[in-house]
Design a protein around this ligand. Sequence first.
Ligand SMILES: Cc1ncc(COP(=O)(O)O)c(C=O)c1O
Length: 410
Amino acid sequence: MKPDTALIHHDYQPPGDFASPQIAVHKASSVFFPNVKAMRERNWLDKTGYTYGLHGTPTTFTLEERICQLEGAKHCVLLPSGLAALAQVNLALLKTGDSILIPDNAYGPLKSLAEGELQQWGISHRYYDPMEPQSLADNLQADTRLVWLEAPGSVTLEFPDLPALVKLCSDKQVLTALDNTWGAGVAFQPFDLLPQMAGSRLGVDVCVHALTKYPSGGGDVLMGSVTTCSDELARSLKLSHMRLGFGVAGNDAELVLRSLPSIGLRYKTQDETCRKLASWCLQQTAFVQVLHPAIVASPGHAHWRDLCAGGVAADADVHSGGAAASLLSLRFDPGLSQSHIDRFCNALRLFKLGFSWAGPVSLAVPYELKSMRRHAPPELLQGGFVRLAIGLESAEDLIADLSQALSTMG
Ligand SMILES: Cc1ncc(COP(=O)(O)O)c(C=O)c1O
């Protein structure tokens, strides 16, 4: 054998007694079969065998299992971004003539997908007000195949009565899909929304998680997952996942696996910092509204308290118990022009202007809500709006940064 060949066809086998808890990074396109019989028989669909890198490696199968563990699910597929995961659910479960319902405060690109490709393919959509279960009930029609849910809404962070919305859909046998990126499998269990009522299991049918956020935690990986407890839905999801050629890289999967053990700690620490900032922001006259589900005056606080804080009443303006992701939105005094608010954003030093959240660096994004919402209360659309994503810096430093930026507004 020539040296070049020997470098490829080497005898390496991982040592059997190398019992490290860290997961090896397996990377492959081809996977070898010992013979034709094995090639014909090996089944990628039930994940009992390896057939091709795209259909899974020991690294990606392990990550899928861990995401299932985190969210209380049975099946998982991984995708190259959270947005790809949102798209995958629609592509796998819908056909021409179906209709979907989307909450008015949903993640914007999901709405764009519905208004773009889905519409082109004859899949219609309607928006509902997630804070009014009746709005969902009124929109559930014979052609409604799937209802999207988000708790809380992107950007404006209103927390819906998630069990009530899910119950309405399950009574009508309409599928539910939750964007669970905010809850992250930490704040509540999406497949068991009423754990206090043993024996009456109520959960969503499908969960999407932008692993880009908390599961990665580093701001350096883009990945998404789709999970379900249903064997039937999992089959549809896996088949379409295979047909569309979605896959994730072994190194990226390894980065998420490395971060997962600390997700609870990071979620809690960022949550605590975020609530300190929320308390401080409530005292600032420049902000007429501070939105965060643990703030008693924030829309849907009681629903958050029931789902994520064991129903325990708040002990202050900002509830100190339960769990919440580290997003905080600020509505500025309508007397302040957009150029004032832009000056505030430009003056931030520790907060960087950038999209995404749940990484180590705090981020700020100004939003123009008027162009984003149909069902919002009119006052929400008055005044400029900025969403903060709180990272791992100290609360004192972040408050000092907000304070100096406010002082530049004049
Ligand atoms: C609520 C929510 N869902 C999904 C996504 C999409 O995730 P990704 O950036 O991995 O595509 C985001 C991204 O910001 C998000 O905020």
